[in-house]
Design a binder for this molecule. Structure first.
Ligand SMILES: Cc1ncc(C[n+]2csc(CCOP(=O)(O)OP(=O)(O)O)c2C)c(N)n1
Length: 516
């Protein structure tokens, strides 16, 4: 067995059964090894940002890493933005980056670059395999590192000769470390704050936003009067009818500050204390009010649901969680706007849907319109690096082939990694993509005002996506995804119903009336 064979065999043995790939010459032996290990499914992605975003979506939905196969430094660099989002999501993810053969590096061939430096910018673990005999063990270590709680990007750099040389041996899967149990020292201050009767908010993040954590937090809220909030951009949030509802901390720091106004105790459960996304002249960097005491109940790598359950048993012994009641909006009529589109989505969202939300300004009405829809998962733009929605949906659909995936995608963001549609078609993934076509970088028009920048017509033209208008139905059709355009709320409802009813990928361009 050569080193590449040992890597792929070890991946399969460790349960890494999907590899989102955009390979090159230095990865040819890895690619060849996929033929000998059918347990690992290779999925071709036509841009590295699709491969890394897909691995993020897969990891968020399974809790296990997928591999992203990338070509030297430039391939890794192309994938970095979505690795950044995966790092912020704390997703277990294994990046495998091919490199030149060890003896070839000193020639400084054109693709030579500092892969390690790029890798460390997003990874919690990086290793360069020295020789074929180490390839299997290094792979097993990489998988264990990716799974280290709460999850992280692990990058394995694989020189071509370590891949093609004989002497490879599969590595033994390592048992991942479990999340750390939460100590009494952390529970006691949170309990005291909750018993003190002062205004208290519990901020939920990471694994707290799954059913067991939500139920426990809801019990605490019911018994103590504490309010619950969720981090602004959760990696995966279970919500809908029957699940306790939790609003998210708002993106705009002024609104976040009003959500937290008067709070005397902020208890962090798997979340970091909230901060403003950006600094603005004259505005605070954090919405946490002065004088508010911040208590860390559980860090993201801890047993966060366990901590919440312990807390609930202490302060809410008799209390039951408060599930959100089933409730859907009426199907609207009239213009297609962000608001009416949200009502259509809320009315039609199927049970068990995985929603990949990169709707940006068009998504303002979505949380309210979908709160009482049948239970679903909501995946958001964790790191603020746009171009994640379509790739994340790719990985989520491969991870959960029996669940419908709905991508809610703003037009500007769609143009970063639109190649994902080709993979949706090739793999016949059950992904419905809605493009919110407002023909603008609308949020930046707002940010222009907020930053106080003096904007003229040249500045505004850089935030405008018309001239020409982008024809998303043509782009989708060109990549093999059936597509339609909706110009009214009623058209959108008919098209969404059809797309959700038929298996396989679909795209609907929601041509919105201009909002600004
Ligand atoms: C990788 C990356 N590049 C650039 C940006 C800056 N940026 C933030 S929002 C945005 C435009 C968003 O436009 P669109 O996706 O159409 O959503 P809209 O604001 O119109 O709702 C840009 C370019 C970013 N966040 N990430």
């Amino acid at each position: 067995m050569n080193g590449a064979g040992a890597v792929v065999r070890t991946l399969a043995d460790c349960g890494v059964t999907t590899c989102f790939a955009n390979p090159g010459t230095s990865e040819m032996h890895f690619v060849a090894a996929l033929d000998t290990v059918p347990d690992v499914r290779g999925v071709l992605c036509l841009f590295e940002g699709v491969a890394t975003g897909a691995a993020d979506g897969y990891g968020r939905m399974t809790g296990r890493p997928a591999a992203a196969l990338l070509h030297l430094g430039p391939g890794l660099a192309n994938g970095l933005a979505n690795l950044h989002n995966a790092r912020r999501a704390r997703t277990p993810l294994l990046a495998i980056v091919g490199d030149h053969a060890t003896y070839h590096k000193r020639y400084d061939a054109p693709l030579e670059s500092d892969i390690d430096a790029l890798a460390w910018s997003v990874s919690g673990w990086v290793r360069r395999t020295a020789r074929s005999a180490d390839a299997g063990c290094d792979t097993a270590d990489a998988v264990a590192a990716a799974l280290s709680p709460p999850g992280q990007v692990a990058t394995l750099i694989l020189p071509a000769d370590a891949g093609w040389s004989d002497g490879g041996e599969p590595g033994s899967p390592a048992r991942p470390r479990p999340p750390a149990p939460v100590l009494d020292e952390l529970i006691v201050p949170a309990e005291a704050a909750l018993r003190g009767g002062e205004p208290t908010v519990i901020l939920l993040g990471g694994s707290a936003l799954r059913r067991p954590g939500l139920d426990a937090a809801s019990r605490v809220a019911a018994a103590t009067g504490a309010r619950l909030l969720a981090e602004t951009f959760p990696a995966r949030h279970e919500r809908g009818a029957g699940v306790p509802a939790v609003d998210r901390v708002a993106y705009l720091v002024e609104i976040a500050a009003s959500q937290l106004a008067g709070t005397r105790h902020l208890i962090l459960a798997g979340a970091s204390a909230p901060v403003s996304f950006f600094a603005y002249p004259g505005k605070p960097s954090t919405p946490v009010p002065a004088g508010c005491e911040v208590h860390v109940l559980a860090e993201p790598g801890d047993d966060v649901p366990g901590a919440l359950m312990t807390l609930a048993d202490r302060v809410a012994a008799g209390a039951a969680p408060a599930p959100h009641q089933p409730q859907r909006p009426e199907l609207p009529d009239g213009d297609l706007t962000g608001e009416s589109a949200a009502a259509v989505i809320g009315a039609l969202l199927p049970e068990g849907a995985i929603v990949c939300d990169e709707a940006n300004t068009s998504g303002l009405w979505l949380p309210g319109a979908t709160a009482g829809a049948p239970p679903h998962d909501w995946l958001s733009l964790t790191g603020g690096s746009i171009g994640q929605g379509l790739p994340v949906a790719t990985g989520a659909a491969i991870a959960c082939p029996d669940r419908p995936v709905l991508v809610l995608e703003a037009d500007g963001s769609a143009m970063y990694t639109g190649q994902a549609l080709w993979t949706h078609a090739r793999e016949q993934l059950d992904v419905t993509t809605v493009i919110f076509s407002n023909r603008a970088y609308a949020i930046l028009t707002m940010e222009l005002e907020r930053t106080g920048a003096a904007a003229g017509p040249t500045a505004r033209d850089l935030l405008n996506l018309s001239r020409p208008d982008i024809d998303f139905t043509a782009l989708a059709a060109g990549m093999g995804v059936p597509a339609s355009r909706a110009g009214t709320a009623a058209e959108f409802a008919v098209q969404l119903k059809t797309a959700l009813a038929e298996p396989g990928p679909h795209l609907i361009e929601a041509a919105l009336a201009p909002a600004w």
